[in-house]
Design a protein around this ligand. Sequence first.
Ligand code: IVH
Length: 686
Amino acid sequence: MSAESAAKRIAWLAREIRAADALYYQDDNPALSDADYDTLRRELIALEAEFPHLIHKDSPTQSVGAKPSGRFGKVKHVVPMLSLDNAFSDEDVVDFCARVKRFLSLPSETNIAFTAEPKIDGLSAALRYENGKFIKGSTRGDGQIGEDITANLATLDTVPKVLSGQGWPEVLEIRGEVYIDHADFETMNASQVAAGKAEYKNPRNAAAGSLRQIDPSVTASRPLKFFAYTWGDVSAPFAETQIDAVRRMADWGFDVNPQMRRHDNPKEMVAHYAEILNARAGLGYDIDGVVYKVDDLALQDRLGFVSRAPRWAIAHKFPAEKAITIVEAIDIQLGRTGSLTPVARLTPITVGGVVVSNATLHNADEIERLGVKVGDSVEIQRAGDVIPQVLRVVKPSDKDPFVFPSQCPICAAPVTSDIDTKTGRQDVVRRCTNGLSCPAQAVQGLVHFVSRQVFDIDGLGERQIEAFYEKDLIREPADIFTLRSRNSEIQLETWEGFGETSATKLFDAIDARRSIPFDRVLYSLGIRHVGRTNSRLIAQHFTSWKMFWTAVPELQNPVSDPYMSLLGIDGMGQAALGSLAEFFASDANYKIVENLVQHLDIQDAEAPTSDSPVAGKVVVFTGKLERFSRDEAKARAQSLGAKVSGSVSSKTDYLVAGPGAGSKLKKAESLGVNVMTEDAWLELIT
Ligand code: IVH
């Protein structure tokens, strides 16, 4: 590279890194993945080493305290850090309590105790203590892996370095929320203003930025506090109820929320919610709802988790905050599956501490229902992390009504809507009919393919995909895997934004993903309703890609064995199966997948890690179960690694039959399947 192009590249890299740092540290709103960030930094370091006279004193590589690469170490959570399901009304809370009882097979008139406490609007953190000493602190991250922020958390007065009292388990991981209270937030912003710096948007952002400082002395200067409310990895149980567990945490020196109480029924719970909502403004810190938890820890254990949230807890959210603003334009956004979503571009307005400039209008019917047009003044609402919504038109403008396009705004193909197979009604969502021939859908599909949770290819993001797509170099996923071999024509190293190093890095990153788990390959295809969870379920069902691929043609036949057995998987719905079948009914899609898998070494789905005798076995429950609800029986079987199916076939290992069993029992008997009572099943699994 010439010194001139090196100087340009160095300036560009420095700018990108500085911008990424600002978003990461000041706004806690990372624009780049850690890997992309590291790639930029490494390239800058390499270039500066080659052209030392071009090192600028303000270069991000010269700033004191910045790590040469990466930011924080990673911490794998022994017990995943989950999120909570939401309730938005008193009825949702009543339903939640009923659901809990149903799952536990308890009569509806039984009272179960629940705790209720404020949902703190901060950042969750996990604090690990060994023999009473604080040894590691981490962020939640993606729930499985967080960042190691031990040094920063150690600066908080409310994080005990040594536990008080006695009786703590040898290993004790306390979890809770880091936050900044209102008074401290005001003081913090006043000094930002005095120093001529931008104010923080809200206490949560200020807390997030303060917690993830590279230099712990900066964190120490910020007024962060910690409320403890739950726990993760522990070497021994330390309480029998939620409320006692929290009392013990208080004895060991943690701040716990004084508003926590225990209730016997939904009526008391919602009354407490109303009380907390009333007290909200005077609490002195931000809360965004009330969390209810089943008090009895043995019941919590039985209830377990579904997907990423516990069945034993729910967050009752406060009503959304509202504001009035003007619709400046209505744009159409195209999704990966071709859906056309109208978006209102708004005159920016602060709602609940956050600046809102876009709100979703969902679909054509919603626009009609609202009667919204460009120029209207509208009421909008924002609830937690949910995308802002338009509630109603407050003052209409004299502009013409919005006309929903009948053609795709990107490729001009006609727009249609599906017919719901169940209701026979037309779906409200309009879709572009051009499938992967629509550039927007193709690009969005490819962006999904390379994204974090799917193929996770470092250095290949939306911008790069668009560039490759426009130049006709990547049109389908398989093309990604032939980039390196085509590089003598492509000459990626000469492209703007790429150098020798970053081109090689990209090819290496692609090669690193040739070996990939089965479920990711399935998820990568972007089939409607076949998201992460369903992909995992399907992969676990077939175990190997080969078995799946053999079954694919049979998916067109809804009475075939593969179709029926997939339908029996707990959690898989007709919609997912229907769209899986529809996807492979297209020769073009079939070919795209065939082309792709040639380049891959697809790893079998992980066998369930369980030494239970039912691990890997297919079990069907039928008739009335007397010890458990059907849901609990299924969840228990699955947690032991069994596959629960809804129909009996030659693949069924056990049929657990309660009173009233009928046709399934007959079929199982005729197929020679092992039939057992609920008691025999219980004996087998315990
Ligand atoms: S309990 C298994 N209690 O809310 C889930 N969470 O939306 C255990 N949060 O990630 C969480 N206040 O960061 C719980 N009193 C409280 C909470 C609380 C705030 C946060 C927490 C969690 C998020 C879920």
